[in-house]
Design a protein around this ligand. Structure first.
Ligand code: PMP
Length: 427
């Protein structure tokens, strides 16, 4: 039983003592006090099916006992900075993480967040190439520090401060983009940007394989091979931001970029990697990593023993419980059922994504694709009342984001769709 402060008391404190920029879902925000696997519990003990926690933190499920054990036993033994002394945890997890990556991607730098990982990736690319210019995609989210805010391309997340050196290419969005699903056509814009917006040389191209914050936009097929080709010719490095699409989430592959058959020069990870523990990483090749020996480079807590012990435990759980296969099987079933729902409700404009990274875009007009923002909010609210938590995103805030912990079951998927069906019937 929970005997802590009420939701109202927390809200009052939050308003007085926390940043006014913090936001929350739902008219009456949920007070979550416990989590187990794919479930969250509020202060009254009410259980919610969590179909969004995957993105925020958990890949193998809330409070997975193996991960909790790893964290607790490492905390009892030692927690320290990673600089100055040796410890096996950081080395063990680096080895395990590198073993999951293709090609020569085997040098790992640890950070505490996705923002830091992307900042570092951008700096490495600039140092390695001697160029400043970076190209990212419109509608992308890459973080909220100076460099990554520049790479982010949605005005909602950009403050009016200096963010130089990033240009944004046309988004290869199969649903809203002008070239439909023709990835190669969109990629010509990358070539155009290089030719008309830079000196002809660039530091890097950075993108997600499936945009998360942007509303589960899976890049049009053929886009990454073509864009990577242009970037390589211009001397740049290709950075894959796998903060959301990596770590088994897409089911068919361990990494999102593999779905397009490319191998990046730098990969960044965070979020689900630590199952809720602050942990991010940049993985690159030994040759590229060499640039950081030009100066001292460290991150006090990046790769600390507790976080990396958690990371290693997460990888083991993903393998032991076959969570990638589960993401594929359950995700395919869920997508099929959501697609069937699209035939039933006019308000659903698009169902997309892969594995357990799915999106449902709501529109009031199929031709004009007018965002159905109010309907999105309404259905989300209803679903919460019926015990199912989903996310929302997209520039127009009209896309449901379904990114549950990877232990989500077929029954959970059915329940989610039944509840969404019920809520939509009431619109
Ligand atoms: N990249 C992507 C694709 C993200 O979705 C996010 C966070 N939403 C980040 C980077 C930044 O990660 P963090 O919030 O851990 O800094």
């Amino acid at each position: 039983p929970y005997d802590g402060p009420s939701a109202d008391e927390i809200l009052t404190k939050r308003k007085e003592f926390l940043s006014p920029s913090m936001f929350y879902f739902y008219k009456k925000p949920l007070n979550v006090v416990a989590g187990k696997r794919q479930y969250l519990f509020d202060e009254k003990g009410r259980r919610y099916l969590d179909a969004f926690g995957g993105i925020a933190t958990v890949s193998c499920g809330h409070c997975h006992p193996d991960v909790v054990d790893a964290i607790v036993s490492q905390t009892n033994r030692l927690q320290h900075s990673t600089i100055l002394y040796l410890n096996h945890a950081i080395a063990d997890f680096a080895e395990a993480l590198a073993s999951k990556l293709p090609g020569n991607l085997k040098v790992v730098f640890f950070t505490n967040s996705g923002t830091e990982a992307n900042e570092l990736a951008m700096m490495i690319a600039r140092l390695y190439t001697g160029c400043n210019e970076i190209i990212s995609l419109r509608n992308a989210y890459h973080g909220n520090a100076a460099g990554t805010m520049g790479a982010t391309a949605q005005c909602n997340w950009k403050f009016n401060v200096v963010q130089s050196g990033v240009q944004h290419a046309l988004n290869p969005d199969p649903y809203r983009g002008i070239f439909g699903s023709d990835g190669e056509k969109y990629a010509r814009d990358v070539q155009d940007l290089i030719e008309f917006g830079t000196s002809g040389h660039v530091a890097a191209f950075m993108s997600e394989a499936i945009q998360g914050v942007g509303g589960i936009v899976e890049l049009a097929p053929g886009y990454l091979p073509a864009a990577y080709g242009s970037i390589k010719k211009a001397g740049g490095l290709c950075i894959a931001d796998e903060v959301q699409s990596g770590f088994a989430r897409t089911g068919s592959h361990f990494w999102g970029f593999e779905n397009q058959g490319v191998v990046p020069d730098i990969v960044t990870v965070a979020k689900g990697v630590g199952n809720g523990i602050p942990l991010g990483a940049v993985v690159t090749t030994p040759e590229i990593a060499e640039v950081l020996t030009r100066r001292n480079y460290f991150n006090t807590f990046g790769g600390n023993p507790v976080c990396t012990a958690a990371g290693l435990a997460v990888l083991k759980v993903i393998e032991k419980e076959k969570l990638q296969e589960n993401a594929f099987v359950v995700g395919s079933h869920l997508k099929e059922r959501l697609t069937a729902l699209k035939d039933k409700y006019e308000v659903i404009g698009d169902v997309r994504g892969r594995g357990l990274m799915l999106g449902v875009e709501l529109v009031t007009d199929h031709q004009l694709k007018t965002p159905a923002k109010d309907e999105t909010l309404h259905v989300m609210e209803q679903m919460k009342d019926l015990g199912v938590l989903i996310g929302k995103g997209g520039y127009y805030a009209n896309v449901f984001r379904i990114t549950p912990p990877l232990c989500f079951t077929k029954e959970d998927a059915d329940f989610l769709v039944d509840v969404m069906d019920y809520a939509m019937a009431k619109l």
